[in-house]
Design a protein around this ligand. Structure first.
Ligand code: UT7
Length: 327
């Protein structure tokens, strides 16, 4: 048997914030942002637009492409760090809005690697429990609510959006999810963190004064670790599958920074033709970046049945991983 991707969908909120808009907000420039990150613009959710609203549209598009009704979904795994509320899970809000009431649903939190963690969790559940036949796996972020719009080190980087896939358990094993490698290293928790707003440091006046309810990051440290971690994970999944990088049609790296993506591609001996980049249009959408990129590839007809996709991500935790898919 195998677990296959039947269809994909994505959505980003209407409001677009360009680098030129950011020039008016903090001491930065379009030139700095483009050359250091590759980002030109990002989408920002409206005040009354929750993560579940952003996710809903991506899910509806993925279901439509798959020809599957919401009530056929029996499993839904939602990767997010910027969910609707501390609890209940954002997946329950999405389930309600989508009317996917036959699904077991839950959130997972692995920051920007979340979608890859979600795929592996869903794949494992569907492999070992035949009652899970069709699943929705999605990454969604309204991460701009965690963005400190006065901090030029971070506010230029992030954007909101969602990407979703519909998975199906199948007896035919000629395509589907092939292999995955996930990893975590909690020794690096503090280099990319929202310091307050949880039980370790509830929000109080001191927190608000120090702006600790927002993302803080040691950018260049994350940069160096990210490249090595993603390259290592990619090599491991390829080796496990007995494939070489030349067998890959598309490397879809987490879209955080064009320079990081370029360095990973180079270390894997891949050319620009095989490394997908859309960070220029969305910025870093955390758990949503890989499924948004995947949806763009699928909808523009840039992948054919039988070709291989290699997905790789890194994020806060640190968490990282890679996933190999035969389309
Ligand atoms: O999904 C995981 C999330 N994390 C990431 O993806 C982050 C990975 N890291 C990066 O993408 C890069 O490290 C950054 C884009 C964040 C920064 O690029 P960098 O080449 O590592 O720059 P840097 O941190 O070494 O900073 C260089 C300079 C600093 O000025 P000084 O100290 O050299 O005078 C910063 O203050 O650039 C300055 N700077 C800016 N200047 C204009 C930082 N942000 C900005 C800005 N505009 N927005």
């Amino acid at each position: 048997m195998s677990v296959k991707i039947l269809g994909t969908g994505s959505y980003a909120p209407e409001k677009v914030l360009t680098n030129f808009d950011l020039e008016k907000m903090v001491d930065t420039s379009d030139e700095w942002i483009r050359t250091r990150t590759g980002i030109e613009e990002r989408h920002v959710g409206a005040k009354d637009e929750a993560a579940s609203d952003i996710a809903l549209k991506a899910c509806q598009r993925a279901l439509e492409m798959s020809g599957v009704n919401a009530d056929e979904i029996d499993l839904m795994v939602v990767a997010t760090v910027s969910g609707d509320k501390p609890f209940p899970s954002t997946s329950c809000y999405i389930q309600r809005k989508l009317e996917a009431f036959n699904s077991v649903c839950f959130d997972i939190q692995a920051a920007c690697s979340g979608f890859l963690f979600g795929l592996d969790v869903a794949n494992s559940m569907m492999t070992f429990n035949p009652s899970y036949k069709k699943a929705l796996v999605l990454g969604v972020e309204k991460i701009t609510y965690l963005t400190d719009w006065t901090d030029r080190n971070t506010c230029v980087l992030f954007g909101d959006g969602s990407g979703a896939v519909v998975l199906e358990r199948s007896d035919d094993d000629t395509s589907g999810l092939v292999s995955a490698k996930l990893a975590c290293d909690g020794r690096y928790t503090e280099i990319l963190v929202v310091p307050a707003g949880g039980s370790a440091k509830p929000i109080d006046e001191e927190v608000l004064k120090n702006r600790e309810q927002f993302i803080t990051m040691a950018g260049s440290e994350v940069f160096k670790l990210a490249v090595n971690m993603m390259v290592g994970a990619c090599k491991e999944v390829l080796e496990k599958a007995g494939l070489k990088t030349t067998d890959i049609r598309w490397l879809i790296p987490h879209q955080a920074n064009k320079r990081i993506i370029g360095a990973v591609g180079k270390r894997l001996n891949l050319t620009e033709r095989n490394v997908f980049i859309n960070v220029n249009k969305y910025g870093n959408t955390s758990a949503a970046s890989i499924p948004i990129a995947l949806d763009e590839i699928v909808r523009t007809g840039q992948i054919e049945r039988g070709e291989y996709l290699l997905l790789t991500a890194f994020g806060a935790g640190l968490t990282w991983g890679a996933s190999l898919i035969k389309w």
